[in-house]
Design a protein around this ligand. Structure first.
Ligand code: F6P
Length: 740
């Protein structure tokens, strides 16, 4: 509509400009014609009266006046005068204007004392515009000249008439053009809709189904987006709660994740609550605080059993309870087979391109199946309606969705896979690939961080299980069951609640330098990870080595602190990594260290979030060097910590985060030269550039925060439910059943 209006306006404007230009060109040309016409008339008139004028020129002023008067009988010649060569008026007709004295005319034409050529000009008199034609007399008349004054008022009248004709013409043409265009559009529309109607009415309806589906889908998306916008503003806990209320009647959420958000640990000084180093926990915990419900997880803390009630539940967060943590207990054999074995020696290396060989053992698989069933049962025990909303997390629970579906056919199950999903060929390595995929297809929605991972998953389904894949709607159909596959890039809470307990940047800088025994002007780099081979920690330290080798100005000044949380240490590959990282750090320190200066500080321990954020704030640079990572939330946390808008993020191109945080210095962590150059650029980066990059990344993380991630998944879940109810697969409103 708006476009149409603009088109018509432009059309009118164009025509107006053209008409104006035409009008001025026309007036100019006709004027030129009239001027030369008048000059000719003047010449002819004077020539016709030439003999009479000459004979009376010198001696008979009365006769000369009569001759001049006879010239004015022409209706357009107003007056005439005869002037001597010296500028004296010899005679003039009655109405000759005083302002055109012979002397003034000589002066105006700068002729000096004689007139030697024809000349004309226009002038305004109170009575109107006039044209003066001046014709020199022959030498026998002593070089004088005759002046004829033409009335030009008729010319003005003609111009006015032309103008009106043009305006009327313009209006008529514009109106005609508009009417013609409208008629043409109407006829075209009628023909098009008629042929579409014919087509849809006939056998070719199927040809238009994709089009209709697109239109339908677009309308649904627009309405969903509009609904989301109605709640309005940046995503926050409040907005997430409102979304849950609006779209899912405020139902409780049940989360299934292996890692628990709060771990009770017995220590010499009493019971301690730990916050595990896990991207999954970082993302999901704020969502649960906002939505409330139950989080079902493995109780792995030494004090966990002592802190639950008779249903194995504990309210968390401990100091401001907002939801329930339901702990599930595993025997050593179960933990070894399911967690260490199949999940972390099989699936973890399978999903990451980090050159660790996946190991698949039948015993581990048996445990994986049994433990998935155990957790699925625990989830089913926690729900209190027939169609609960269940969020299944990660590669630990690929089978659980199908198992939950078997007990709760009407559940809305959202499964989010936190690691990358590799290509079909690689998935083919797993001896139980069909079971894994079938298990996941028990979900209503399967989410990944990126579209690439979604595509890989759909290709794997295509390669290994019986199903119909609708690539348009990204849906996999197996009989009655439909599973939507969508990307939902995960994020962190905004603002990060831990930051209220962390010292401001300047204070954190000096605190950390003091803690590490570094001078105030030391340049600090930071890395924060679980000690995992996918994180590229060795490559990171080697890049620092390369930096010190190639940029001597940083020797003695730059220190890199690696916070490394020990992880999965029962697995040989992790213990090996631990030793290798330690050896690399020692070697670099030996090469470049001197006196108290150690370029690498390896802090191998669990660090609580408040400590981690203090380090983020203290550092000049943060290097995330993952060899393969679904998203990587350390990168986003560093950005969130830097409310001073300073600090440089060097980020591996193999993280999901690199697709969003494009203002980071993006590197290939395998390319040590490139990575060390990026570190040098980062350490020398002017404050203004740091601010510009950081500001832009902060805007992005603030906007695309974890509440948005969860909100979008929940709204999609509501949509799936609405459709299922609409198609009558289960009752409109479930009857509540007390499970316990
Ligand atoms: O990448 C998936 C993920 O769940 C991360 O969120 C987390 O860092 C890790 O895997 C799990 O670690 P853990 O085995 O210690 O729970």
């Amino acid at each position: 509509m708006l476009r149409n209006r603009r088109f018509w306006l432009l059309l009118m404007l164009g025509m107006l400009v053209l008409t104006g230009a035409g009008y001025f060109a026309l007036v100019r040309t006709t004027r030129q014609w009239f001027a030369s016409d008048l000059a000719l008339r003047t010449k002819l008139a004077v020539e016709a009266a030439g003999e009479s004028l000459e004979s009376h020129w010198h001696d008979s002023p009365d006769a000369l006046r009569r001759t001049l008067a006879s010239l004015t009988r022409d209706e357009r010649i107003m007056a005439a005068a005869a002037c001597s060569a010296g500028g004296m008026m010899l005679a003039a007709s009655d109405a000759y204007p005083e302002s055109f004295s012979c002397e003034a005319l000589l002066h105006r034409a700068r002729w000096g004392n004689s007139v030697n050529q024809r000349w004309s000009f226009e002038s305004d008199l109170p009575s109107g515009r006039v044209h003066l034609g001046i014709v020199p007399m022959r030498d026998s008349s002593g070089g004088g000249f005759v002046v004829l004054v033409h009335d030009l008022s008729y010319l003005d009248r003609r111009e006015a008439t032309t103008r009106w004709l043009l305006v009327a013409g313009f209006l008529a043409v514009t109106l005609g053009a508009v009417l013609l265009t409208m008629m043409a559009a109407r006829i075209a529309w009628r023909d098009w809709t008629q042929s579409l109607r014919n087509a849809l009415g006939g056998n070719s309806r199927a040809e238009f189904l994709p089009l209709l589906r697109d239109v339908h889908e677009m309308a649904e998306r627009l309405s969903t987006e509009r609904n989301l916008e109605q709640v309005g503003g940046r995503w926050s806990p409040e907005r997430l709660r409102a979304t849950l209320r609006q779209h899912l009647d405020g139902e409780r959420i049940v989360v299934l994740a292996n890692r628990e958000p709060y771990m009770h640990q017995k220590t010499a000084t009493g019971m301690k609550v730990l916050h595990p180093a896990s991207g999954l926990v970082t993302a999901l915990e704020p969502v649960m605080r906002a939505c409330s419900g139950v989080w079902v997880a493995h109780g792995s803390g030494s004090g966990d059993r002592d802190t639950v009630d008779e249903h194995d539940r504990v309210a968390v967060p401990p100091h401001a309870p907002a939801y329930q943590l339901r702990r599930v207990w595993l025997s050593d054999a179960e933990e070894n087979g399911y967690y260490y074995g199949f999940a972390n020696e099989g699936l973890w290396p399978l999903c990451h391109v980090a050159h660790a060989r996946p190991t698949f053992r039948a015993d581990d698989w048996t445990h994986y199946v049994a433990v998935n069933q155990k957790f699925a049962d625990a989830v089913c025990d926690e729900v209190d309606v027939e169609d609960p909303i269940i969020l299944v997390q990660d590669y630990h629970f690929a089978l659980a969705p199908k198992m939950i579906r078997a007990r709760l056919p009407h559940a809305t199950i959202l499964t989010f896979w936190h690691t990358p999903w590799p290509n079909a060929e690689r998935i083919g390595i797993c001896p139980w690939r069909e079971e894994l995929i079938e298990g996941l297809l028990g979900s209503s929605i399967v989410g990944f961080h990126t579209q690439q991972h979604c595509n890989n998953f759909v290709d794997s389904v295509d390669a290994f299980v019986e199903s119909r894949i609708d690539r348009e709607t990204k849906t996999i159909v197996q009989g009655e069951r439909r599973t939507v596959v969508r990307p939902y890039p995960i994020s962190i809470e905004w603002p990060v609640h831990w930051l209220s307990e962390v010292a401001p940047v300047a204070e954190a800088r000096s605190l950390v330098r003091k803690e590490l025994g570094l001078p105030d002007n030391a340049l600090l780099g930071i890395g924060v990870d679980r000690l995992d081979y996918t994180k590229g920690i060795e490559e990171r330290l080697l890049a620092v080595d390369e930096l010190l080798l190639r940029y001597p100005e940083f020797r003695g000044r730059f220190t890199f602190v690696q916070l490394a949380a020990p992880s999965r240490t029962k697995i040989e590959r992790y213990r090996e990594l631990n030793d290798r990282v330690e050896a690399v750090a020692a070697k670099i320190n030996e090469t470049w260290g001197s006196g108290s200066y150690q370029p690498i500080i390896l802090l191998r321990a669990h660090h609580e979030p408040v400590d981690v954020f203090r380090f983020y704030r203290a550092a000049e640079i943060c290097y995330v060097s993952s060899l393969h990572d679904g998203m990587n939330l350390v990168a986003k946390e560093f950005v969130a910590a830097r409310n001073d808008e300073q600090g440089v993020l060097v980020l591996s191109q193999f993280t999901g985060a690199a697709r969003e945080l494009t203002e980071a210095l993006i590197v290939n962590p395998y390319d040590l030269r490139h990575a060390s150059d990026a570190l040098a650029v980062g350490l020398k980066m002017p404050a203004d550039e740091q601010r510009e990059r950081m500001r832009s990344m902060r805007r992005l993380v603030a906007e695309f925060n974890v509440y948005r991630w969860a909100g979008h998944m929940l709204v999609d879940a509501a949509e799936v439910r609405r459709k299922e109810r609409m198609f009558g697969r289960f009752p409109k409103r479930p009857s509540h059943k007390a499970v316990r």
